[in-house]
Write a new protein. Structure first.
Length: 484
């Protein structure tokens, strides 16, 4: 059976709920009549048809619902909408669509028979266009009249029917979060499941450096008591039916369900380490540029590149890790900029000594570059330190190159520290030159040799990569002994 083209399938995530309103209101002076809003008076609502019931979301948004009477063939369902059913014009637009869909459900053989868990969402976009989806609260899913692809609906790509079911369940929880006040509430088992996930997630975060749980341990320990208080409040109730509590549970459930989707929960190939990729990619990032960029930045870009790649594994970003990394970078750039300013100020010594050598000019130039690049990076990224969904993904996906990945970004991130080190090296070289320029060559060479040996030994002892000569031999012997 063909469905009218004007009946458009949609998903809860595609709601314009948090978008700026299409029209604005103008507060004005109003008269307060005698005993207005008093309990002794009957309320005088605006135009509101008997079929539609008005309710208010805990956030303050108004929505309407209508329980259809059960028909002779056993079909009937609850209808919810965020259109303004207090306005006669909105009601007149909704009425024909309610009638049309009711008729379609009777003709559609595969449509489920009546039960108290079925719900229909309607949004009349224009006079001839209506967006809709059905919700099955018992199965915790959404569905439509006809077959539609996940791409068409704006859902995530999935690898199996079970994986797709997780995606649809996430939409169910988003719908429940948006419309939490009109139905019989959630079973207590949903709260128990949610608390179990947070308990396990907190331990996973404490005992693992690469946990896939979206909340860090300290946040989990703040959330668990809130959920426990909800349980205590409904201890003697059959269900959790207070709108505030339903919205809280649904919001957390949708977040955790999204994590399950991204980690391929329940699949043969699943993500147990957030740094491990499990999705095949057709992108072929070039590698020959890596050693060049690493050399230009004295190796400082390597750490930035690894951190950026770890943040964007399979194009998924953990907001907590993203915010922490940006905070670390901003702190590093700030300290580097301050150090470069101090170093640049020390160049005044060369002015008092009337030194105009190339080394001094080079050092000053690199200090200036370090200061400028650090300031620009801080100004550009300090606003990204906040944690909210999509913040990290939107930024990283916009700056990542299809050809070289994050190599260019890592180069930019490493410029302040690399130029500071170059400036410091040339500054010290200039100072060493001033100390030794009047010393005979016979005495100059030992000093240079001592400084060179000190730098070589210091690098040898502190380098994370394994060492040379006796150090390499010693570590090889140690490794062979441990293996034996």
């Amino acid at each position: 059976m063909a469905i009218p083209l004007t009946l458009i399938p949609c998903i809860p995530e595609g709601s314009s709920r948090y978008q700026p309103p299409s029209k604005r209101v103008t507060p004005a002076e109003r008269l307060i009549s005698p005993a207005m809003f008093s309990s002794s008076l009957e309320p005088l609502p605006m135009y509101e048809p008997i079929e539609w019931t008005r309710t208010v979301h805990p956030e303050g948004a108004v929505y309407f619902y209508m329980n259809q009477p059960k028909s002779d063939d056993g079909r009937g369902f609850c209808i919810v909408t965020d259109d303004d059913a207090q306005e006669p014009s909105s009601v007149s637009r909704l009425a024909p669509w309610v009638a049309t869909i009711t008729q379609l459900t009777r003709k559609h053989k595969s449509f489920p028979s009546h039960h108290p868990h079925l719900e229909l969402y309607l949004r009349v976009d224009e006079e001839d266009f209506c967006s809709y989806y059905f919700v099955d609260r018992k199965a915790k899913t959404i569905f439509f009249f006809e077959e539609h692809s996940s791409l068409e609906l704006g859902l995530e790509s999935t690898v199996s029917d079970d994986h797709l079911r997780l995606s649809l369940e996430r939409q169910f929880w988003i719908h429940t979060e948006f419309f939490p006040c009109h139905f019989g509430g959630l079973a207590k088992g949903e709260l128990d499941e949610l608390m179990g996930q947070f308990r396990h997630g907190s331990i996973d975060q404490i005992t693992s450096l690469s946990s896939t749980f979206p909340y860090e341990a300290d946040k989990c320990l703040e959330i668990i008591p809130v959920l426990e208080s909800i349980r205590q409040h409904h201890l003697r109730a059959e269900n959790i039916n207070r709108g505030y509590d339903v919205a809280i549970i649904a919001r957390f459930a949708s977040v955790l369900m999204n994590t399950r989707i991204q980690t391929h929960y329940g699949e043969r190939v699943c993500r147990l380490d957030r740094h491990v990729s499990i999705i095949a990619s057709e992108e072929d990032e070039i590698q020959w540029t890596k050693p060049i960029i690493s050399t230009l930045t004295l190796g400082f870009s390597d750490l930035h590149l690894k951190k950026l790649d770890d943040l964007f594994v399979d194009s998924y970003v953990y907001n907590q890790q993203w915010a922490r990394r940006i905070q670390e970078c901003v702190r590093e750039w700030t300290y580097t900029g301050v150090a470069a300013c101090v170093l640049l100020a020390l160049h005044a010594l060369f002015i008092t000594l009337d030194v105009q050598s190339t080394l001094a000019k080079t050092s000053a130039a690199f200090s200036a570059i370090s200061i400028l690049s650090a300031a620009l990076l801080v100004l550009r990224h300090e606003s990204l330190e906040s944690i909210y969904e999509g913040n990290g993904y939107n930024h990283l996906s916009s700056i990542r190159s299809d050809v070289i990945g994050f190599q260019g970004v890592a180069l930019g991130f490493a410029i302040p520290k690399a130029t500071l080190v170059i400036s410091l090296f040339t500054f010290l070289s200039q100072g060493l030159y001033l100390l030794l320029k009047d010393v005979d060559l016979v005495y100059r060479l030992p000093w240079i040799t001592v400084v060179g040996m000190f730098l070589w030994i210091f690098n040898l002892l502190t380098s994370p990569t394994q060492r040379v000569f006796a150090f390499r031999w010693f570590n090889r012997q140690k490794a062979e002994t441990s293996m034996a």
